[in-house]
Design a protein around this ligand. Structure first.
Ligand SMILES: [Zn+2]
Ligand SMILES: [Zn+2]
Length: 326
């Protein structure tokens, strides 16, 4: 079958690979749409420590069952939860398998969804409402990240929110914060094209220099080392800062400011199953207009172009179209 394959180094493109043979307890899914994100760019730059050359990329997957699975008939629309966990570490035993100490991901530790078929554990498949447009459902995975971030923040109705970074996650976090009752959502973003996108989401762009300790809740959706030393400065006294973007390692944070002004610093990572269910419901109800994040939809054959465009920073979210696309 044809798949979008990272060949090592910075080489990525369509290639012929063997069809996946599902392990016991796994099922085959025909992808409809597979979103690409920053994680895929890290893999395709040879920067991901676990990815092995020859990997089929793509972990933001919706599609249709290629064969009956349990009670679900072939053709059922499903979301593939790509998080793999060990089930035995302390995090897993405490019901936090999404932060499993040996956590893996379909699309890194197993072949991903930018292909004609993808294999996934049967209990990682979530049936989608039959009426839900799969192109919109393709945003379930990043929206679940945003849902969890807002839930972790403990955001209250009427609070002021600031989002740092207007990539797809930042835009979805801002939209979720608004849906959760934020009185105002401001956003800061140095890349012009991304800043423009923020306006179409109804989010108020503020200058990076306008930092004035105003927000009750700050979401850092950058993971960029230049942001960490100043990010607490966006928060009002007693406010909360949530780290959403993944930092590459140890970074500087002003813990004196944290202590002096009684700030709270909160981590959030991917999503628990309940966050995924909430994301599905929000998209199905039209509560979050996720399609605005999608700036292009391309077939596997044009996957190299998709990665190049994302690398250039010219796009927000690109979806790879699979055989179950409508
Ligand atoms: Zn992703
Ligand atoms: Zn575990």
């Amino acid at each position: 079958m044809q798949a979008l394959v990272w060949q090592g180094g910075e080489v990525v493109g369509p290639a012929e690979v063997a069809k996946p043979v599902p392990a016991p307890g796994w099922a085959l899914v025909e992808p409809a749409y597979v979103g690409l994100c920053g994680t895929d760019l890290h893999i395709c730059a040879g920067e991901h420590p676990r990815a092995q050359p020859g990997l089929v990329i793509g972990h933001e997957i919706v599609g249709r069952l290629a064969a009956a699975c349990g009670d679900l008939p072939a053709g059922t629309a499903v979301f593939v939860n790509p998080l793999l966990s060990c089930g035995t570490c302390l995090a897993c035993r405490r019901g936090r398998s999404h932060v499993c100490e040996r956590r893996g991901l379909i699309g890194i530790d197993a072949d991903g969804g930018a292909a004609e078929l993808v294999a996934a554990p049967a209990d990682h498949l979530l049936e989608l409402p039959a009426t839900l447009d799969l192109r919109r459902a393709a945003l379930v995975e990043p929206l679940a990240v945003a849902v969890r971030a807002v839930r972790r923040a403990g955001l209250n109705i009427g609070e002021r929110v600031h989002v740092v970074g207007a990539g797809p996650i930042g835009l979805l976090v801002g939209s979720c914060a608004r849906a959760a009752g934020a009185a105002s959502v401001t956003l800061s973003e140095p890349v012009a094209r991304r800043a423009e996108a923020a306006a179409t989401f109804g989010l108020d762009l503020v200058d990076l220099a306008a930092q004035d300790h105003a927000a009750d809740v700050v979401f850092d959706c950058t993971g960029h080392p230049s942001v960490a030393p100043t990010v607490l400065g966006w928060a009002a006294a007693g406010g909360t800062v949530v780290t959403v973007g993944a930092y590459p390692g140890v970074v500087g944070v002003n813990l004196q400011d944290l202590m002096f002004r009684e700030l709270r610093l909160v981590g959030t990572r991917v999503y628990a199953p309940d966050d995924v269910s909430a994301a599905v419901a929000l998209i199905a109800q039209g509560a979050i207009d996720v399609e605005r994040v999608v700036t292009d939809v391309l077939p596997v054959a044009e996957g190299a172009r998709a990665i190049a465009h994302l690398r250039a920073g010219a796009e927000l979210k690109i979806l790879i179209k699979g055989p179950a696309a409508t």
